[in-house]
Ligand binder design. Structure first.
Ligand code: C2E
Ligand code: CA
Ligand code: CA
Length: 551
């Protein structure tokens, strides 16, 4: 083939492709530099507004959506093409589905220069498939109930107040197993396995809910279910006349004793299965009491959080930070507290991950910032020169309007931006480096006068590259290192190195979690700029803060 001629014809080929495919070009930071009309029609963007938007903004804000975007991006960054089905969102956040082929354009001497995405809208097909699946009450391959009929069967049993055992079963290492066999053999394994289940759980309902995942509804307790594993050993599955060593894991939940709804039963049974697999697999077991308690508490937190703000249950406490050279408090860190009558005090370490998962973090962040901004403005009016530092989560920054919302809150509280500092974690920094929208918003906030501190320094991904690129002016060495600074020579050396590193980058270095006089003296000697911790002051509610005049 004449490749030179082909190269000349390439524009022609692209033109033809563009007639049929939505086409988007991205730069190496993931920002859109060109789209064709087909793309604009489906995505509802206007040509002017879409430019500069990032690939991540085209994906749903859900964890799965963002994870998929990252997966694709990673693949492209390492100069590999990607192709598959993708759920996307249009300008108004409405979902649509495409078949996407993403191609990195790179040259030997300059590396990656651009990325082109060709997409075909398949929303109608996906919706049709969903509808068909809903109609299909039977799994085609095995004749077992489908996920849909399982759900309605469970709901029917619950409505009748029947007692039953919900068993989730999966074949361990099925994908390895599949690799070792032909497609037909893999189908045969599933089919025979199904027959074994039908023979053992004779009068029970059995559903297939995934490639190698099944649910059984039975009247019997766990002793009976566990017997299935022995039955399987006595009746092995033969493939090509050889007995297959099949290992099976599962989880057992009782209705109504353990969980009240289909979703809860499913979630709990899956968690129990995962627990079993983590411990080596090959067993069917109930969820351990400890995990049960944890899961229920998580569900309760998730639910109660929705009303926490209206019910006035959130509170902000403030912890002082002391500048070592002057010995004065220069800043307070705002930390959220939640007291609920049923749950008691929920620590941020428990609360924040759940809030990040269910999206409530946006409301918590806005609440803490508003409280902090009002307090900072009040203190300034009283003649105190104090900054308030607020923790922010990367989920908040994935909102493209985050900067605007921050500025609105500050304006409403009459708080100059220079009185507010934001703390971000290394996990955050890692993501910000990839997402130009986060990066841009940080830069904009910095130009408004808001400073950024890198929290929990030393515990995360520790990429020094982002320290160079992101607008960070302070680092906070994590309390993990401070804890053993007076007892472990290695740690002391490590902290000394971190301080020197920070200083060489022109950063202000803070040590957090300082609990003893000894730790404080060592840190002072090592040249740290500021300290924070129980030794210098506990987090306290604003009523209990006693500001010295002249502070
Ligand atoms: P962080 O930002 O590293 O906050 C410092 C944590 O260490 C706080 O825990 C504080 O009470 C605790 N602490 C302070 N001094 C000492 C000490 O001397 N020794 C020890 N052992 N601990 C000390 P807290 O309040 O439970 O917060 C935990 C984490 O939750 C915070 O870690 C922060 O990442 C997150 N968080 C707290 N409030 C918020 C918030 O409003 N928004 C967001 N996004 N995250 C928050
Ligand atoms: Ca912090
Ligand atoms: Ca910290």
């Amino acid at each position: 083939m004449d490749y030179e001629k082909l190269a000349q014809d390439l524009p022609n080929i692209l033109e033809s492709l563009e007639q049929y495919y939505m086409t988007t070009y991205l730069d190496t930071s993931g920002a859109i530099t060109y789209t064709n009309n087909l793309f604009l029609e489906t995505s509802k963007w206007t040509p002017k507004r879409v430019l500069g938007k990032t690939i991540w903004q085209m994906f749903p804000e859900t964890t799965e959506g963002q994870d998929q975007a990252h997966l694709i991006w990673e693949q492209l960054s390492s100069k590999n093409a990607w192709s598959g089905t993708v759920e996307k969102v249009n300008r108004f956040g409405e979902q649509y589905f495409v078949n996407m082929t993403a191609i990195p354009i790179h040259y030997q001497d300059v590396g990656l220069v651009s990325i082109v995405l060709f997409e075909m809208d398949i929303t109608e097909d996906v919706q049709l498939r969903d509808r068909l699946e809903k109609i299909a009450y039977v799994d085609y391959e095995t004749g077992l109930m489908s996920r849909h009929s399982l759900e309605s069967t469970v709901n029917r049993l619950i409505a009748k107040q029947d007692h039953f055992t919900f068993v989730y079963i999966t074949i361990d290492h099925f994908y390895t197993l599949k690799d070792l066999h032909t497609d037909d053999e893999a189908k045969e394994i599933i089919k025979t396995f199904t027959n074994r289940m039908k023979r053992f759980f004779k009068d029970d309902s059995i559903a297939r809910i995934g490639i190698n995942e099944f649910v059984i509804l039975t009247q019997f307790g766990s002793w009976y279910v566990e017997g299935f594993l022995d039955f399987l050993k006595m009746h092995p599955i033969y493939i090509n006349h050889t007995a297959l060593e099949l290992s099976v894991s599962g989880g057992i939940v009782r209705y109504p004793e353990d969980q009240p709804t289909y979703t809860h039963l499913m979630k709990t049974a899956m968690t129990a299965t995962r627990e079993t697999i983590d411990q080596g697999g090959g067993r069917i077991r109930t969820l351990s009491a400890a995990s049960h308690k944890k899961l229920n508490r998580k569900a309760l937190i998730d639910r109660k959080l929705q009303t926490a703000i209206i019910e006035n249950e959130l509170q902000v406490v403030y912890q002082p930070q002391v500048d070592v050279s002057t010995g004065k408090v220069i800043l307070y860190e705002a930390l959220v507290r939640w007291n609920n009558s049923e749950l008691g005090t929920v620590s941020p370490d428990e609360l924040i991950p759940i809030a990040e998962e269910n999206g409530f973090i946006h409301k918590i962040g806005a609440f803490v910032l508003k409280e902090a901004a009002e307090l900072a403005a009040k203190w300034q009016a009283e003649g105190h020169n104090l900054i308030i530092s607020v923790n922010s989560s990367v989920r908040e920054f994935s909102n493209p309007n985050f900067k605007k919302e921050i500025m609105q809150i500050l304006t409403k509280a009459s708080c100059p931006p220079s009185l507010i500092q934001l703390e971000i974690t290394e996990k955050f920094a890692f993501k910000a480096e990839e997402e130009s929208s986060i990066f841009r918003q940080m830069n904009d906030l910095q130009s408004e006068g808001i400073e950024f501190a890198l929290d929990d320094f030393g515990t995360g991904y520790a990429s020094f590259r982002y320290m160079q690129d992101l607008p960070i002016s302070k680092i906070k060495i994590d309390k993990f290192f401070i804890q053993s600074i007076s007892t472990n020579v290695q740690t002391k050396k490590l902290v000394e190195g971190m301080i020197q590193f920070g200083k060489s980058m022109g950063l202000y270095v803070i040590a957090e979690g300082v609990e003893t006089k000894m730790q404080y003296s060592i840190l002072k000697e090592l040249g740290v700029d500021a300290v924070q911790g129980y030794y210098l002051g506990l987090p306290t509610s604003v009523q209990n803060i006693n500001l010295q005049t002249g502070n």
